[in-house]
Design a protein around this ligand. Structure first.
Ligand SMILES: C[S@@+](CC[C@H](N)C(=O)[O-])C[C@H]1O[C@@H](n2cnc3c(N)ncnc32)[C@H](O)[C@@H]1O
Length: 267
């Protein structure tokens, strides 16, 4: 297969990637046939999947605006994905032009496309790093240059923690990030789950199977296990709730939605 101009050298075009499958669900153009094939298999298992992704993006926008409303204008968005309409820096800077955003992802296409989109933006940058090694993120030059960790930061872990396995100790990684942040910082999080909402456990198992087969396991965690990510944060109203139930806007589609969303504040 020919490598399109936006795809960096060295990536394997025959292996689907989480970020490109997600780009496909959202109607983006940075995906290959292997990604679309995996995406179609997951949608076959649960046809409501693209709607959940849209609800996830809508939550992210609401939570970013909420953070700016609370005076938090620094953002660390880990697992930021391939830039698409309504990215964190666009939402944040529309509400507060001085807002600063550091994106983090480990996917080469997400990194390359972010660099292209962000060229010339002095208040936003992307770090190539892995959530499972938070030290590398915190030590990144971009973080030191753009974020003042003595002041509150909104840490976004949106639709990314379900790509970590328990043996990766994701709770420990989140705690390390929390410890590096100033009081008043926010944790903005979504996570896949079949606990509540329309996705039956057997449909969830099929969706998980698609990701397992492409080598990027996705874990539907219980509400209790998702709540543990908020250790050391005060969970803000309305708590950990189905994604579309978190402070919905009047014009948001409030369709029943699998997965949890929550925002916590570090005291
Ligand atoms: C489903 S997308 C979510 C994108 C964006 N946060 C959103 O909600 O619209 C998940 C992203 O997390 C990234 N990701 C998965 N595991 C990661 C890890 N261990 N470290 C950094 N990024 C990771 C993937 O490459 C992908 O771009």
């Amino acid at each position: 297969m020919e490598r399109p101009i936006w795809a960096p050298h060295g990536i394997d075009l025959s292996v689907p990637s989480v970020s490109r499958i997600y780009d496909y669900y959202l109607g983006g153009s940075h995906n290959f046939e292997v990604d679309r094939e995996a995406g179609r298999r997951a949608v076959d298992a649960f046809p409501g999947l693209p709607k959940i992704m849209q609800a996830n993006r809508a939550f992210m926008r609401r939570a970013v605006r909420y953070a700016v409303g609370q005076g938090v204008t620094q953002f660390l968005d880990i697992g930021s994905g391939i830039p698409t309409f309504g990215n964190v820096h666009e939402i944040a800077q529309a509400a507060a032009p001085e807002a600063r955003v550091v994106y983090v992802d480990h996917d080469p296409v997400a990194i390359a496309h972010s660099r292209a989109v962000l060229a010339g933006d002095e208040r936003t940058d992307i770090v190539a790093a892995d959530l499972r090694t938070p030290h590398d993120i915190l030590a990144a030059e971009e973080v030191a240059r753009l974020l003042d960790l003595r002041r509150p930061v909104a840490l976004l872990l949106v639709a990314v923690l379900h790509f970590t396995e328990d043996r990766d100790e994701p709770w420990k990684a989140v705690a390390e990030l929390r410890d590096a942040l100033a009081p008043g910082s926010l944790l903005i999080l979504t996570h896949a789950s079949t606990d509540e909402g329309p996705m039956k456990p057997e449909e969830g198992e099929e969706v998980q199977g698609v990701y397992r087969r492409v080598g990027s396991p996705l874990l539907m965690r219980s509400k209790g296990d998702v709540a543990r990510f908020f250790e050391g944060f005060e969970l803000l109203e309305p708590g950990l709730v189905p994604i579309s139930a978190w402070r919905p806007d009047v014009d948001d589609d409030s369709a029943e939605c699998a997965g949890y969303a929550g925002v916590g504040r570090k005291p």
